[in-house]
Structure formats: structure tokens, C-alpha cells
Write a protein that binds this ligand. Structure first.
Ligand SMILES: [Zn+2]
Length: 533
């Protein structure tokens, strides 16, 4: 008997020590997100009414946060009751029990793999069932799929599924619309309320594009579909509250007017340059003062390009929002320490926050350049590229962004930084992004770029194993890689795209060692926000 009790006590002690070890490991994961105190000097310049508007928007944003929990996981309460602090903190960062930076590996006991369709579909829905489900609304970005009382699939509109939450969001937005003195913002908020209640966002997206002179901006609604890993169809609720940096935005306006000229400079045959980019798009710089929902989970967005609705884009162009304070936070807390660890000392002076800003900004601009229709009758590039679509579009934006920054520096249109700054900061950025895994479209795009540039001599290792960049070869590699991507998109060559990404979207051993080195130095992987305003 005594023996049994002793063994039992031993087992309990062992379990406790395992748990302690596990908690330490989880705390380390929490700490991989550097805390960024979100504030902005721009708030100081706001009127009392504007501050009231901000407070109401934030209240709406909090509700949005709860809605995203429902979409991506279900009942947040299940995570709220976790009594192990590190585990709970990590669940809050990930909006559920799955580690978003580790391909959604579960970390809370009792939870298995994350369903591909999150909570947008019944977890037990089979592919055959989905295929056979005959309802045109099933493809809407604004319906969830549920089961009726007989267990058959049915569509439920977001406006019904999230009714109570939406009523609250609409109340806050209506109140904010009544207070703001900016007509554009008032109109947008009013139309957005209608959109929430009808699941028709078209008019409110137009109103958002028409809103040009409001310092306060808010992106709020079901927007991106990345969280639906089953079909990339269902949109996730999110909210960004932003303050426009008028001075920097005005500086950027000139680049928008240069887009047609930039399109003509692309490193590819003339026949791929016939698309004429619109110049009505906005390119603005903001400080982000609040994130919630989809944009606040796992890895944080530092640039936005909206709206997603092609019909709105055709009529009004798009708005590209550069979130400057979040960029600076990522640069300072992550990119700079990585660069200082991996790049040879002589070249470290080229790691510049300003260069990071330009590279990210022109990534967004680059989405608006290149080829939209295939040149050989395969329809739009998006249609022709199928499952390779996003990977290649992101790869294009990355390299054309860098290409343009370098050209504009040559033309003395971008001040204060050199091509060496842009390239060095870009390469450190490639290494940074690999830490998010190479499975996502962005991850694959980054690996293809890394391996292509390496193969073309853009960088090599010095005797200490650190990166030495050959800037002349890097410039050639940029042109070559950009040219290859444009050609692949222009010809809609999905077979080439697939075989290339199979070969190049892999993490070479030396790079894995770099990442291990970075991890061993406890350099954060991302940021999390502390909203102190
Ligand atoms: Zn992009």
C-alpha cells in the first residue's frame, strides 16, 4: 500500500515538474512576441470630438475581437478558464489553442489539430459533402456553413450568425458617425452600418475610397479569408484604427502619379507591360493605434491594401495603408537584431529602418503593377495561376518593390537611403520571414526569392558564416527574378510555377542553422500590442 502511495506521489511530482517545464517553454513562446506600446504623437493633435470618435471605434473594435474568436475557434470562455498563466497568455495571442507561427500546432491539452475550416464550417464536414452541397450562397465570403436539424448543410449569413454582436458594433459606429465632423468619415461609417446588416459591403467600400481627408481611418469588417484554410473563402472580422500621417502621405502621393512610368521600366519584354496602372489609388502613411480580431492574431500586419472587391477597385482604385509605427517596431525589435547577428559587420550599417519602410511600402505599390491578363488567352493571371496564384503574386510584389526602390534611388526620387541600404535590409527581411514557416504563400514566395538570389550570387557566406552581399550581383538577380515572375504570370504557366516552387520553396540547411542561431539569441519573432492611449 505504502509503495503504491509512494509511486503515486512520485508520478504526481513528475507530472508537476513536466508541467513546470512545459510552462517555461510556453512562456518563452509568449516572449517571442515583443511587446510594443502603441501610442502616437498624432493623437495629441486631435480635437475632443475626434477623441470621442476614437473611443467609440475602439469599443466597436473590442466587439469585433470577440466575433473573430467565434469564427476562428468558437467559445473564448474555454481559453479564459485556463489556469496556467503562460498557456492562457499564449492562447490569447493565438486566439485559440493552436500556435499560429508553428503551423497551428496545438498547445493546450485536450485540443487536437485545428480544423482547416476553423469555425466557418462544421468540423466534421467531408469534402464530398461540401462538393455535393447545392446552394449558391455557400461560396459567399459572408456565410458560415452550419447543419440544420436534420444534419444537412445550410448557409447562414454573417448578419444572422453574429446578429447580437453586430447590433452592438453598429450602435458604436452610428454614434461615432453622429459625432464626427468629417463628412467622408460620417458617410463611410453610416454605409458600413448598412453593410453589416445586409452583408453587402459594396457601397461602404466605395464610401471608404471616397473618404480622402479624414485623419481618422478605420478598417472594420469581415475582410481577409486567410483564416479559412479549407477554401480561402470565408472572411474574418478585424478592426484597425488608424491616424493618417499627412506629411508623409503627401510625400508618397508623387509615387502614385509615377506608376505608369514605373510600369514601363519593369525588367521584362514590352508585351508584358501593356497594363496601365491606375493613378487614382491612395498611398498613405498611418500610425496604427488599435488592432483587433484577425489582424491582431499571430503575426501582425504592417501594411494594408484594400478594398478586396475588384468592382470597387475598378471604379475607385485601391488604398494602400502603410502602418509606420508598427513597421518601426518590427524593424527595431526583430529585423535589426537579426541583421546584426547574421550580416557581416561592415555591411550592418546598411540595416536601416527607413529602408524597411520603403521596401514594405513599395511591396504594396508593386501589387498594382505588372500583368493582370495573360498574354496567351488563358484569361486573368489569377484564374490561370490557380493554386500558385498567391505565392507568385506575393513573390512579384516583394521583388518588384525592391526593384522600384532601387530605380527611384537612382532617379534621386527617394532620399536618405542608398541601394545598399534597401538590398541589405531586404535580405535580412527574407531571413526574418522564414521564421514564420515556409508553408504559407508568403513563406513560399520568400524562400523562392532567397534561393534564387543565392543561386545568382547576390549573397554568400564569409569565413565566419555571416552573409556577405555582392550588391552588383544582387541588382542583376533582382532584375532576373522579377523578369521570371512576370513571364510566368503573363503566360499563366502554372506547370512551371508549380515545379519551380517545389524546387525553390524549400529551406536550405544553412538557413535552418541561421534560424536556429537567431532563436538561440531569443530575438522576438513578432510583436504584440499594448494599447496605452
Ligand atoms: Zn502582398
Amino acid at each position: 500500500m505504502n509503495k503504491i502511495i509512494l509511486t503515486l506521489a512520485g508520478a504526481v511530482a513528475l507530472a508537476a515538474s513536466c508541467q513546470t517545464q512545459e510552462d517555461t517553454a510556453l512562456q518563452a513562446k509568449v516572449d517571442e512576441y515583443a511587446t510594443f506600446e502603441v501610442k502616437s504623437a498624432l493623437i495629441d493633435g486631435l480635437s475632443d470630438k475626434d477623441r470621442q470618435v476614437l473611443n467609440l471605434l475602439r469599443e466597436a473594435g473590442k466587439v469585433i475581437d470577440g466575433m473573430f474568436w467565434k469564427q476562428t475557434f468558437g467559445d473564448k470562455e474555454e481559453m479564459d478558464v485556463i489556469d496556467r498563466q503562460a498557456m492562457k497568455d499564449f492562447a490569447m495571442i493565438n486566439y485559440g489553442p493552436w500556435d499560429r507561427l508553428e503551423d497551428n500546432a496545438p498547445f493546450v491539452p485536450g485540443y487536437g489539430e485545428k480544423p482547416l475550416g476553423a469555425n466557418y464550417y462544421p468540423a466534421d464536414m467531408t469534402a464530398e459533402e461540401w462538393e455535393a452541397f447545392d446552394d449558391p450562397d455557400k461560396l459567399s465570403p459572408y456565410t458560415v456553413i452550419r447543419r440544420d436539424e436534420n444534419g444537412a448543410l445550410k448557409c447562414v449569413w454573417y448578419r444572422d450568425e453574429y446578429r447580437e454582436d453586430l447590433d452592438l458594433v453598429c450602435r458604436y459606429l452610428t454614434e461615432a458617425a453622429a459625432i464626427t465632423e468629417n463628412e467622408g468619415l460620417k458617410n463611410y461609417l453610416t454605409k458600413r452600418v448598412e453593410a453589416f446588416l445586409t452583408d453587402d459591403y459594396f457601397e461602404s467600400d466605395l464610401a471608404w475610397m471616397d473618404m480622402k481627408d479624414s485623419q481618422i481611418d478605420v478598417v472594420i469588417g469581415p475582410i481577409e479569408s486567410y483564416d479559412d484554410k479549407l477554401n480561402e473563402l470565408k472572411t474574418s472580422y478585424e478592426c484597425f484604427i488608424l491616424l493618417k500621417d499627412e506629411k508623409r502621405s503627401q510625400e508618397l502621393a508623387k509615387y502614385v502619379s509615377m506608376l505608369p512610368e514605373l510600369q514601363k521600366m519593369l525588367p521584362c519584354p514590352e508585351e508584358y507591360k501593356t497594363f496601365v496602372p491606375g493613378t487614382s489609388s491612395d498611398l498613405n502613411v498611418y500610425d496604427a493605434i488599435y488592432y483587433s480580431g484577425d489582424c491582431n492574431c499571430g503575426s501582425k500586419t504592417i501594411a494594408i491594401n484594400l478594398p478586396n472587391d475588384d468592382r470597387v477597385q475598378a471604379l475607385k482604385g485601391a488604398r494602400r495603408l502603410q502602418l509606420h509605427n508598427s513597421m518601426d517596431a518590427k524593424f527595431g525589435k526583430i529585423l535589426l537584431p537579426i541583421g546584426r547577428l547574421l550580416i557581416e559587420p561592415d555591411q550592418q550599417k546598411h540595416l536601416r529602418s527607413e529602408a524597411f519602410f520603403w521596401n514594405v511600402t513599395f511591396h504594396e505599390v508593386a501589387h498594382g503593377l505588372g500583368v493582370k491578363e495573360t498574354v496567351n488567352g488563358k484569361g486573368s493571371v489569377d484564374e490561370a495561376m490557380g493554386a500558385e496564384k498567391t505565392t507568385w503574386e506575393e513573390a512579384k510584389a516583394d521583388i518588384l518593390g525592391l526593384f522600384m526602390v532601387c530605380r527611384l534611388i537612382d532617379m534621386e526620387e527617394i532620399p536618405l537611403i542608398s541601394k545598399e541600404d534597401a538590398i541589405t535590409t531586404f535580405i535580412a527581411g527574407l531571413v526574418r520571414s522564414v521564421r514564420f514557416g515556409s508553408a504559407s504563400s508568403h513563406g513560399k514566395a520568400n524562400m523562392m526569392c532567397y534561393n534564387f538570389m543565392k543561386e545568382n550570387g547576390a549573397f554568400s557566406r564569409n569565413s565566419d558564416g555571416q552573409y556577405h552581399i555582392d550588391y552588383d550581383k544582387a541588382l542583376e538577380a533582382i532584375d532576373a527574378w522579377a523578369g521570371l515572375i512576370i513571364k510566368t504570370q503573363a503566360t499563366g504557366d502554372i506547370d512551371f510555377a508549380r515545379s519551380f516552387s517545389e524546387k525553390y520553396a524549400v529551406v536550405p540547411e544553412a538557413l535552418s542553422a541561421d534560424i536556429a542561431n537567431v532563436n538561440a539569441h531569443n530575438i522576438p519573432r513578432d510583436i504584440k500590442f499594448d494599447f496605452v492611449w
